[in-house]
Design a protein around this ligand. Structure first.
Ligand code: PLP
Length: 383
């Protein structure tokens, strides 16, 4: 395999503590259990304990978690096909696919300069058919989350939090994780997310009924797990299948990797914030600050996971090319979903989503970067 050149900077890159990960995985191999149960149970407990979610269920991705979130709430409240979920256009397509999987209609409200949902636009898009709001904490940010929470409470609307970028994002005041008060919160441990595993996710709530539904539906609708049957000394083969479920649960090898990432998550996020503050210093210096580079700031009421550092520029594609010509590879998170074919016929208020979709880019931000790397990227940008 060809190794990447030393001076190449990728936008996102996982850091794995290889020895520790192998030790966790070895435990699975030694006892002969790589499936659901064992390490998945251990990781669920650690996650709930650390961030105070009452219930956490480990899945094979956040995409499946978002689908389950929508399905469980649709079943519970008997939403009808065609009912509406207000969402953002500026997200990974998983968020909005989850709505379509359940024959519901995404309604795209606009974002503000934080790239998160704009509460004013959300209010405007509410109709008698609105059943839920999908809030996405882009880059680890939580701007307007509290306002969106209020809107949901006032109008009896379900709040689903796509926390794929938010592992560890907490409120400064109270120092607890953002999303404890959402109806359902979904995390991603995909390899380039800030708490990396090898494709995995978590669905969290404070409601035992929702947790039970998630566990049942993630395991094909079967009412007993294989691990339950295995671990209760006499292996009993009997089970029933009350629901049509999916094969969405996570496995012990993935959970082993996530357990190690969780151990370092706070420390890693702190270093991400440090990188972000270096970028901020370099890019907001007086002589070029007044126009060409708009920095997407994170709400100062949170301690952000800092999954991303995003900026907005007029000539995005030119800037991307220039950076790439010097081996700095950036990303775009995201192209507005309402511009994709399957989403173009839904209701949309997307002036700013369209604007930012054409201008934003994500600078390299991962644990392999140094202050000198930040200088290098900033110098190219400024020039
Ligand atoms: C990555 C991502 C997802 C999906 O996560 P997977 O674990 O890869 O399925 C969902 N929403 C957002 C905003 C994401 O960035």
């Amino acid at each position: 395999m060809t190794q990447p050149k030393n001076n190449v900077l990728q936008v996102l890159k996982p850091k794995f503590r290889v020895e520790e990960v192998l030790k966790e995985i070895k435990e699975c191999l030694d006892i002969g259990w790589s499936g659901m149960g064992f390490k998945t149970t251990e990781f669920e407990k650690e996650w709930s304990l650390k961030y105070q979610f009452k219930y956490s269920h480990f899945l094979n991705s956040a995409t499946t978690g978002l689908h389950l979130a929508v399905k469980i709430m649709k079943d519970k409240y008997r939403w009808k096909d065609g009912d509406e979920i207000i969402t953002s256009s500026l997200t990974f397509v998983s968020t909005n696919h989850a709505i379509l999987y359940e024959q519901l209609s995404p309604v795209f409200a606009d974002i503000d300069s934080s790239l998160c949902l704009d509460p004013e636009s959300v209010e405007k898009m509410i109709t008698p058919k609105t059943r839920a709001i999908m809030y996405i904490g882009i880059g680890g940010n939580a701007k307007n989350y509290k306002k969106i929470r209020e809107i949901c409470s006032d109008r009896n609307i379900t709040l689903i939090l796509d926390a794929a970028h938010m592992a560890g994002t907490s409120w400064v005041s109270g120092n607890h994780h953002v999303g404890l008060d959402a109806d359902i919160t979904v995390f991603s441990y995909q390899a380039v997310k800030n708490c990396p595993g090898n494709d995995a996710g978590m669905i969290c709530s404070n409601d035992p009924e929702l947790d039970a539904a998630a566990r049942n539906l993630s395991w094909l609708g079967i009412n007993k797990t294989t691990y339950d049957r295995y671990s209760k000394s006499s292996y009993s083969w009997e089970y029933d299948v009350p629901n049509l479920g999916f094969k969405y649960h996570g496995n012990s090898i993935s959970a082993a990797m996530c357990l190690v990432s969780l151990r370092y998550l706070e420390e890693d996020n702190a270093y991400r914030r440090k990188l972000a503050s270096w970028y901020f210093d370099r890019l907001s210096q007086s002589d070029h600050s007044n126009s060409e580079i708009e920095i997407i700031e994170h709400d100062d009421s949170i301690i952000s996971s800092r999954h991303l550092f995003q900026i907005s520029v007029n000539n995005r594609d030119e800037v991307l090319q220039k950076l790439a010509s010097q081996d700095v590879y950036c990303g775009v998170h995201y192209i507005a979903n309402h511009t994709y074919d399957i989403y173009k016929d839904f209701k949309a208020d997307t002036k700013r989503a369209t604007y930012y979709s054409q201008r934003i880019l994500s600078l390299p931000l991962h644990l392999g970067l140094t202050e000198a790397d930040v200088d290098r990227v900033s110098d190219i940008l400024i020039s």
